[in-house]
Ligand binder design. Structure first.
Ligand SMILES: Nc1nc2c(c(=O)[nH]1)N[C@H]1C(S)=C(S)[C@@H](COP(=O)(O)OP(=O)(O)OC[C@H]3O[C@@H](n4cnc5c(=O)[nH]c(N)nc54)[C@H](O)[C@@H]3O)O[C@H]1N2
Ligand SMILES: Nc1nc2c(c(=O)[nH]1)N[C@H]1C(S)=C(S)[C@@H](COP(=O)(O)OP(=O)(O)OC[C@H]3O[C@@H](n4cnc5c(=O)[nH]c(N)nc54)[C@H](O)[C@@H]3O)O[C@H]1N2
Ligand SMILES: [Mo]
Length: 746
């Protein structure tokens, strides 16, 4: 059954509640892991347990027994599945055959158990011994025409220890080509905040939510993507803290929420109302809306003048630009009326401590960096950084994407970092900046013979321009995927391809000195330990650090590093991290504490590591989006049953969709203009100015409450429409939230 009117059918029912309990149970049953999976769930986010492999929302310090959510449970169930993808599976299914399967099917086949190779000209993956696999990587890297033909991709589940060794490996090889999923995700936050407040991270801690007098949630859908955040918002709502949402879609999770653990004492089934204000701008118009709020603040002379004078620069230029931005423009661009924007501004003005949270609705735009800087302007105007209950909160995606960056997964490292790394490991790291994700795609597509190594993730589907990315991967001399589960990236091989299966978070990682713990950093700069307790699904699996060490030992340039020593006890890797990155102080003792420790965040102490030593107001351009007649703004979103490219199920409960993913959510008037009815089958055509045809078909039209001229579809099915060149100025983040498309009935 699917919804066919223009309001999400699930609205009116609170998010989570019984649905979440049922969803958890179903995920465990589907993965045939009811016993194992449930036991594993008891260890999630507990001291001496493992970090939830789901999102990067922090754990409260005094956790209750069940510190996980429905979607965390799905991630754990997916890991602890009793199903296996072994050599017999690969003997039965050719690569050609597997390419005809949906991602959902690939994911459901279970855990990878053996290292596998697809030899040049081969039709099937075959088992390969670890030593031979490592040797082939070493040989392929040695054969490259230049060091920069090697690309080392990372996805954000990788632990600090594995990530640190991996960036070392890339740099010892001789390149800074370390594209990562952050390039596709929060890069605009890093770049925008770096320039505004001198650090590319958020400034708040979990405790701040208890002290906040207003909370803004912009371009984020926590009900699905950070469900534990709803508990925090619920507590805030209950004590009367206003919650202002800015989002073109009315997301059920932000309207009302019932905590699954309270189901039994809220027999009425009524949830807590969350959003007190819900503004629904057209996609891509946030800068205009934020400028409207700032205009109001200036008009009412509500700025924190003392803070502005002593801590910032650039206010006057920013204010002068506001004068040039008329309310007419603001209202036309956003489609939101002036009164609603002024009300949101008045809520902001009335609060003396405000937190602004945001995610992909802000960062994945051509003006993603501007969006972030407009948010920073708003915060700085009233001194809302560096005091209790206030600050910037970019809510990260993957559970350790922030930590990976901290320990060196970056294509533009600083000179200081490189010097310290070189000193600690006795080599001269390369200085040339490397490729971010989109540049890696362009490089692979333009020239054959690269070696592409992926530490986790699903580059083939997570990336924009799916066809171009596949061409790039096919051009490679060797592709290597370090993975837990089968995915599309294994089926877009280079001339030769390797699958290296690794341990997952919940599993025992046994090395020479005994079982190991790893560390991760959450969205609020807290670093803590994670230790698995389950028996791995196959004795052949290696940990991610051990796989990096195996590759290192096969590389002549890396021979001077004692990889076995480092991997024998991960505390030795942490010692090296501490030596290279001064932010880490007493690392080992820090992670012995329940809840771990927080990395120093200078901006939250009002110390601004910018060029001028002050926080900076930026003049940002007001977007004037003028698309050719008939074009719609497509924004790509996650369903409730997926983790990025991993599809757990075919439903999207809060949006009322069941059993399908090729859906285009459209405004009813836009449908009428085109003679389209709910249920019609559509072809979607993306930009083609660069001469490439971008098309996907078989999408079912669904009337939905979206602003005019905007429409939404799920990633990764819509990724073939996202041009690699359509990306944020300054951060190269693909414009996944505003792709000009045309729709045709077929
Ligand atoms: N269960 C689950 N959890 C996840 C993930 C997952 O796939 N599944 N993914 C993880 C990752 S890597 C990430 S980065 C996060 C992503 O977390 P989110 O950013 O919440 O994910 P999206 O689905 O991309 O949702 C973006 C939201 O922005 C809104 N939006 C779109 N365009 C605009 C715009 O122009 N302006 C505004 N104001 N809003 C807009 C959309 O309506 C949507 O509500 O979640 C992480 N957690
Ligand atoms: N159109 C569109 N495209 C997008 C986005 C969007 O909003 N719209 N969002 C972007 C964002 S925010 C992100 S972060 C990227 C995500 O891009 P990626 O991070 O590349 O993709 P994921 O789907 O998160 O990766 C899933 C795979 O990771 C592997 N895996 C899972 N756990 C582990 C582990 O513990 N170790 C290892 N080694 N492997 C593991 C499994 O094999 C699984 O198939 O996608 C981006 N793409
Ligand atoms: Mo992400």
């Amino acid at each position: 059954m699917t919804a066919d009117d223009s309001t999400p059918p699930s609205l009116g029912k609170p998010a989570a509640g019984w649905g979440a309990l049922k969803g958890t149970y179903r995920a465990l049953v589907h993965e045939k892991t009811l016993g194992e999976g449930s036991r594993a769930l008891l260890k999630v986010n507990q001291h001496n347990g493992f970090d939830c492999p789901g999102c990067a929302w922090p754990e409260p310090e005094h956790t209750s027994r069940f510190e996980f959510c429905e979607n965390g449970a799905k991630a754990v169930a997916a890991e602890t599945t009793s199903k296996r993808v072994d050599p017999a599976f690969f003997a039965e299914h050719s690569v050609e055959d597997l390419r005809t399967r949906e991602s959902y099917w690939l994911e459901s086949q279970g855990r990878l158990t053996h290292p596998m190779v697809l030899r040049e000209g081969g039709t099937h993956y075959e088992p390969i011994a670890w030593e031979e696999a490592f040797q082939r990587i070493g040989d392929a890297l040695a054969d490259l025409p230049s060091k920069h033909h090697a690309l080392f991709y990372t996805s954000g589940r990788t632990s600090n220890e594995a990530a640190f060794l991996y960036q070392l490996l890339a740099r010892v090889h001789g390149t800074n080509n370390l594209p990562d999923c952050s390039n596709l995700c929060h890069e605009s936050s890093g770049v925008g905040l770096g320039a505004a407040i001198g650090i590319g991270k958020g400034t708040v801690q979990l405790d701040d939510f208890e002290a906040a007098k207003a909370i803004f949630v912009i371009g984020q859908n926590p009900g699905t993507n950070h469900p534990r955040m709803l508990t925090t918002l619920q507590e805030a709502a209950r004590r009367g803290c206003p919650i202002v949402v800015i989002n073109p879609l009315l997301e059920a999770g932000l309207v009302s929420f019932t905590h699954p653990q309270e189901m039994f004492n809220t027999l009425t089934g009524r949830g807590t109302d969350l959003a007190t204000h819900y503004l629904r701008p057209k996609v891509g118009s946030d800068v205009a809306l934020l400028k409207g709020m700032l205009k109001r603040i200036v008009e009412k002379d509500a700025m924190d003048r003392e803070f502005i004078a002593s801590h910032t620069e650039g206010f006057d230029a920013m204010a002068a630009d506001l004068d040039l931005t008329t309310w007419d423009t603001i209202v036309t661009e956003t489609g939101v009326d002036r009164h609603a924007i002024e009300e949101a501004a008045d809520t902001y003005i009335a609060s003396d401590a405000t937190i602004v949270c945001w995610a992909m609705g802000i960062t994945q735009h051509v003006n993603g960096v501007d969006n972030v800087q407009a948010i920073a302007n708003l915060l700085l105007a009233m001194g809302n950084i560096g005091k209790p209950g206030a600050g910037a909160c970019p809510v990260r995606g993957h559970s350790n994407v922030q930590g990976d960056r901290t320990v060196g997964i970056i294509e533009r490292p600083t000179e200081t970092f490189l010097q310290r790394l070189g000193d600690a490991f006795d080599f001269v790291p390369p200085r040339e900046h490397g490729h971010a994700a989109v540049q890696a795609i362009e490089a692979m597509a333009a020239e054959s013979g690269h070696v592409f190594i992926a530490m986790g993730g699903n580059f083939a589907l997570g990336s924009p321009d799916t066809e171009l990315t596949a061409e790039g991967l096919a051009n490679c001399a060797l592709t290597v995927q370090i993975s837990t589960k089968l995915n599309r990236s294994h089926l877009e091989p280079g001339k030769e391809a390797l699958i290296l299966p690794c341990l997952a978070r919940s599993e025992i990682d046994l090395q020479a000195s005994g079982p190991q713990r790893v560390t991760v950093e959450d969205s609020m700069s807290c670093v803590h330990a994670s230790q698995g307790h389950r028996t791995p699904p196959s004795p052949l699996l290696l940990s991610e650090p051990a796989i990096v060490a195996g590759m290192g030992k096969a590389m002549a340039e890396a021979a001077h590093i004692d990889w076995d020593h480092l991997v024998g006890d991960y505390a030795r890797i942490r010692e090296k991290i501490e030596e290279v990155i001064p932010l880490f102080v007493n690392y080992e003792q820090g992670i012995d504490q329940p809840g771990g420790f927080r990395l120093r965040n200078a901006a939250s102490e009002r110390e601004w590591n910018t060029e001028g030593g002050k926080a900076v107001f930026h003049v940002v351009e007001t977007p004037r989006i003028r698309l050719p007649e008939g074009t719609l703004r497509l924004f790509t979103i996650r369903s409730h049953d997926q983790y990025n490219t991993t599809i757990y199920g075919m439903d999207d409960r809060y949006r009322g969709i069941t059993g399908e993913r090729r859906v285009l959510f459209m405004n009813p008037e836009d449908m009428a203009d085109r003679g389209i009815k709910t249920g019609d089958i559509l072809e979607l055509e993306g930009p083609s100015e660069d001469g490439r045809v971008r098309r996907v078909s078989g999408f079912r039209a669904q009337a939905y409450d979206v602003p005019r001229e905007c429409c939404a579809g799920y990633l990764p099915e819509t990724n073939p429409l996202v041009p690699v060149g359509l990306r944020a100025r300054g951060s190269h983040t693909p414009s996944s939230k505003l792709i000009p498309i045309r729709v045709h009935s077929t």
